[in-house]
Design a protein around this ligand. Structure first.
Ligand code: AGP
Length: 606
């Protein structure tokens, strides 16, 4: 996710751009830049800096030039490290470009058009700028049409052509972009946050249609050049509400961003329906050369690792351990040069996880990390990095980062299974097809949230809650319990369903909520038996199964069915149900959902 702003009109462009970038900084903040056309001659001004928008603002202080047309970008790195060169805007010949999204075939474009020698950055965006310039011979619409015909992936482009002084051209696919025109001029931005100080009336830029911003007008045309009248919308949010895209909390917004985060993490790693990590620079030797795997992480990331273990170990048939980083780093872990250490961290800065990484390297292990923040310490110190593309996660309680960590582990597990001869290509293709189908299952849960809120109303009254499951369901339940306790302050524990009767069942009383996960066919009957045990003691049972499961009479108070046929892939919609259950419980209790007491987003202290 990145922040995009563009303006042309009679106001001072620099002021408008910097203000807009400050309001969009929640969308990405590892680097920022602006480009402006001065209006006189053909000179354009470009300033871009690694670091927050404040760094860019400082760099703009001495600027003399005044302009009335420009574009600005605040970056959440996906391709290429965090530095001035990779920051946007990118210039290629007469083209200046900013971009939000992921161009999946940028490597192919480099080869097809012979751009390699002319690239100065490591970004996919610069390739798009090169392509626009390649096709630009005075007609911006022709250049844009030909360029987007070549591109695969998601994009929101804002384009300036050096010889067209006061105009900005925009086109999008998947990535968001809105535009508006009023007496002060014409604006384009990633979302309404940056428009609100100037206007409440805007329109969403229709996909695959070209928007032209001029100082006195905004026009829209389709790819045939026919004019289009977009639907005008009215927003009554303040800036803070807009940063949450109208959601009451960042956590709920981020829960709803999960389908996009999954697409952005999975799709760029698929080639002909198979996992392909060539762009990540992760060779198969990393997967075929080890005799065991040690997963190391903290909190939610560690629970993602538990799912990874439950998935990968039975397929690869090699030991897969999951290690709490704060324990691992002070033990003498069984790690050597034949161990693949899989480090998982959203922030890439968790001190215990970083220490575990360093210890692993001292033991001679190869480290592959799954990280959401580009250029973070853990990423920089790893031998290989598999970046997730969830975008910035603002809420302390991790949701979309967990989701894409899971997707990453599924992709890695599949690639590893191929590399070690455990999956044929056909099996791998089937696995990937089921993984990508999980994205629509996530969307279905998001589209049917009402009953989850009803279940939360019961849970919100409890002091204690228990999550039970077997196999993969047990691994899912660990994260469900953490989500609930960290934002609702209800004492919640996850238990292997068969373990409950060895003591903990003594805690089950009338109306004690038990969230029972039963999505694994081969142990469904056993789990149902365990549920009967808690039911007999008065528990309020919230049961989660696959659609079509046979539900025994009076086994539960509320039943949720996840629309995923294959056991291995139920985690994705199940995770959304458990996230929403925790979210609504906390909200019903009137607690600070985004900033729960005692917690920090990244634990950089021991
Ligand atoms: C998750 O909801 C928590 N905020 C916390 O457990 C978090 O997952 C943990 O601190 C690890 O953080 P990391 O992924 O940034 O390393």
């Amino acid at each position: 996710m990145c922040g995009i702003i563009g303006y042309t009109g009679h106001l001072d462009a620099l002021t408008v751009l910097l203000r807009g970038l400050e309001q969009l900084e929640y969308r990405g903040y590892d680097s920022a830049g602006i480009a402006m056309l001065s209006g006189e001659g053909e000179d354009r001004l470009l300033i871009k800096k690694a670091g927050p928008v404040a760094t860019l603002k400082d760099a703009c202080e001495e600027l003399e030039v005044r302009s009335h047309c420009g574009i600005g970008h605040t970056r959440w790195a996906t391709h290429g490290g965090v530095n001035d060169t990779n920051a946007h805007p990118h210039i290629a010949g007469k083209v200046t470009l900013i971009h939000n999204g992921i161009i999946e075939n940028y490597h192919n474009l480099i080869e097809k058009f012979g751009f390699r020698g002319s690239l100065v950055s490591e970004t996919d965006t610069e390739v798009a700028a090169r392509l626009l310039d390649y096709y630009y011979h005075g007609d911006p619409y022709e250049a844009i049409r030909k360029t987007i015909r070549e591109i695969t992936g998601s994009y929101a482009f804002c384009i300036m052509f050096e010889d067209i002084h006061d105009k900005i051209f925009c086109v999008r696919n998947v990535s968001p972009m809105v535009a508006a025109h009023m007496e002060d001029g014409s604006f384009v931005a990633s979302d309404v946050t940056a428009l609100i100080p100037y206007t409440k009336r805007y329109f969403v830029i229709p996909e695959y249609q070209i928007v032209t911003l001029a100082g006195d007008s905004v026009s829209v045309q389709d790819l045939k050049g026919d004019p289009v009248t977009p639907e005008m919308l009215e927003v009554n949010w303040n800036v803070e509400a807009a940063q949450k895209n109208g959601f009451p909390h960042f956590m709920l917004k981020e829960i709803h961003e999960q389908p996009e985060a999954l697409r952005n993490t999975i799709m760029p790693r698929l080639e002909n329906g198979l996992p392909d990590f060539s762009e990540d620079g992760i060779p198969d030797a990393v997967f075929s050369g080890c005799d065991k795997i040690a997963i190391v992480a903290c909190g939610t990331a560690m629970y993602a690792g538990m799912v990874g273990k439950a998935l990968i170990e039975p397929i690869l048939k090699i030991p897969v351990s999951v290690n709490i980083a704060s324990e691992f780093r002070y033990e003498s872990p069984l790690v050597d040069e034949k161990t693949l250490v899989l480090v998982i961290s959203q922030s890439g800065e968790t001190i215990d996880t970083l220490a575990a990484l360093r210890l692993s390297k001292e033991c001679g292990a190869k480290v592959l990390s799954v990280v959401n923040v580009k250029g973070s310490t853990i990423a920089r110190e790893s031998d290989h990095v598999f970046y997730t593309h969830a975008g910035p996660e603002i809420a302390v309680a991790s949701t979309k980062a967990y989701m894409v960590q899971l997707a990453s582990l599924y992709l890695i597990g599949c690639r590893m299974s191929m590399a070690r001869g455990k999956f044929t290509e056909a099996q791998a293709r089937d696995f990937i097809s089921r993984l990508t189908s999980s994205i629509s299952a996530v969307q279905k849960i998001l589209d049917n949230k009402k009953r989850i809120k009803e279940a939360a109303a019961v849970v919100a009254k409890a002091q204690d809650a228990f999550f039970v499951g077997r196999g993969l369901d047990y691994a899912f339940s660990l994260e469900g319990a953490l989500k609930l306790k960290e934002i609702s302050y209800i004492h919640a524990e996850a238990y292997a369903a068969g373990e409950l009767k060895h003591g903990t069942i003594a805690l089950i009383e009338e109306k004690t909520p038990v969230i029972a996960l039963a999505t694994q066919d081969h142990i469904y009957g056993k789990t149902i038996s365990n549920i009967r045990e808690v039911r007999a003691r008065g528990a309020f049972v919230i049961l989660i199964t696959k659609t079509g499961a046979e539900i025994p009479e009076d086994i539960c108070d509320i039943h949720f069915a996840v629309p995923v046929p294959h056991d291995r892939f139920t985690v994705f919609p199940v995770a959304v149900i458990l996230q929403l259950l925790a979210y609504y419980t906390s909200d019903l209790k009137g607690l600070n959902v985004d900033k729960p007491r005692n917690l920090a987003k990244s634990v950089t202290v021991e």
